[in-house]
Write a protein that binds this ligand. Structure first.
Ligand SMILES: *Cc1c(COP(=O)(O)O)cnc(C)c1O
Length: 407
């Protein structure tokens, strides 16, 4: 049943948002919706309005909302054992680590560190890089690696960095995709190059195959690590388990988080090879919650469902269909669609993306505008072309309204 979205004022939403503003720190601005429940690719707000979720909690709800396999795994594990500390381990944790090694194709001797978020996974990667004895780090313009002080040092956006200066020393940002700039920046003081295979927060900008291959060759020649941030691109989002696999490169480490737990907080670092995996030794790093059985059971259920439901192939097909359908609209405000699988950037010819995202929300679609001229589409991996057709059908009128509103 579709209900017609209404104006937020007056309903339960506006009262709750008022309470939010008096109780929750304002770092996220004013929340756009107060959501209550979800099912499949849909969520409902407290006023009963339904939305098609084309953002999936920013590439997190890989199985959509309320997926029976995920719910059952969480319920069962919650009733069995939720947390034990890292003085002990559990079958769920060991199983998850083994599966991540296997799915990433990590060589013999590789090892996983489990934590609770993408930022923490990247913090772990920074500490791994420090263990090389060098401390230079090269990252990319447009990069997003998280908000903790280490991770934000690698994040490029000035507004995220400037209020917290001085950040980690020795970090340099080079234009993303520019092989010569990368070659010029990496030297014998470089501990690691951090790259996203696709820059999500920057507006879904994909690094070419050649770029990732060159990054591997450049880092290897200078003895620096190549660390790929797959926090947004990993766990099937692009139609491969990990986006780096399409380029055929073997990184030194990858970080994962967002989609892994299907909504339960979890992050991880996979260090490739015995030497690097062994460079963080007992006592040098840790976490209280990381790798707890509840999060690991959720992640195992996500991985199993992606496998048994053939979601990698489905993501590739659905993503291609969606990109073609959007381009095929031939609307003058659409420039092109970029990205891969179900991580797509709808690039506009006019800078109306924030207005479009607002209009889409009022029409019952959750999308996000990471930049003035790009809409990010990262729906649950379980979404079908029937669901996506709803948005394709609505988009021309939304684009017309957005371009009129802002001219
Ligand atoms: C979201 C994101 C992070 C940060 O993850 P958090 O869980 O928010 O700490 C890091 N890197 C990339 C590429 C991301 O998309």
């Amino acid at each position: 049943m579709t209900t017609t979205p209404t104006a937020p004022d007056g309903g339960a939403s506006s009262q709750l948002i008022d309470r939010y503003q008096h109780a929750v720190m304002g770092v996220f601005g004013t929340p756009q919706l107060v959501l209550e429940r979800g099912e499949g690719p849909y969520v409902w707000d407290v006023d009963g309005t339904r939305y098609l979720d084309l953002l999936a909690g920013i590439a997190v709800n890989s199985l959509g909302h309320g997926h029976p396999a995920l719910v059952a795994a969480i319920q069962q594990q919650a009733a069995t054992l939720i947390h034990i500390s890292n003085l002990y381990t559990t079958p769920a944790q060991i199983e998850l680590a083994e599966r991540l090694l296997q799915l990433s194709g990590a060589p013999e001797g590789s090892a996983v560190f489990l934590c609770n978020s993408g930022s923490e996974a990247n913090e772990t990667a920074i500490k791994l890089a420090r263990r090389t004895g060098r401390h230079g780090i090269v990252a990319a313009v447009g990069a997003f690696h998280g908000r903790t002080t280490g991770a934000v040092s690698l994040t490029a956006k000035e507004a995220y960095r400037a209020p917290f200066a001085p950040l980690l020393p020795g970090v340099e940002h080079v234009p993303y995709g520019d092989i010569d700039a990368l070659r010029a920046a990496v030297d014998e003081t470089t501990s690691a190059v951090f790259l996203e295979p696709i820059q999500g927060e920057a507006g879904v900008i994909e690094g070419s195959r050649e770029y990732l291959i060159a990054a591997r060759e450049i880092t290897r020649a200078k003895g620096a690590l190549l660390i790929l941030d797959e926090v947004q691109t990993g766990i099937g989002r692009t139609g491969d388990w990990f986006a780096f696999q399409r380029a055929g490169v073997v990184p030194d480490a990858i970080t994962v988080a967002k989609g892994l737990g299907g909504g339960v907080p979890i992050g991880g670092l996979i260090a490739f090879g015995a030497e690097l995996s062994g460079s963080l030794t007992a006592g040098q790093h840790g976490t209280t919650f990381g790798g707890n059985p509840l999060a690991c059971a959720a992640a195992n259920a996500v991985l199993t469902t992606i496998e048994t439901d053939g979601l990698l192939a489905q993501v590739t097909q659905t993503g291609q269909w969606f990109a073609d359908a959007l381009t095929g609209l031939g609307h003058p405000a659409i420039s092109h669609v970029r990205g891969r699988g179900l991580l797509l950037g709808l690039v506009l010819t006019v800078p109306v993306a924030p207005a479009l995202a607002g209009l889409a929300r009022s029409a019952g679609f959750i999308v996000n505008a990471p930049g003035p001229d790009v809409i990010r589409l990262a729906p649950p991996l379980i979404i079908t072309t029937d669901h996506l057709q709803e948005f394709v059908d609505a988009l021309p009128a939304l684009l017309d309204a957005a371009t009129q509103e802002t001219t």
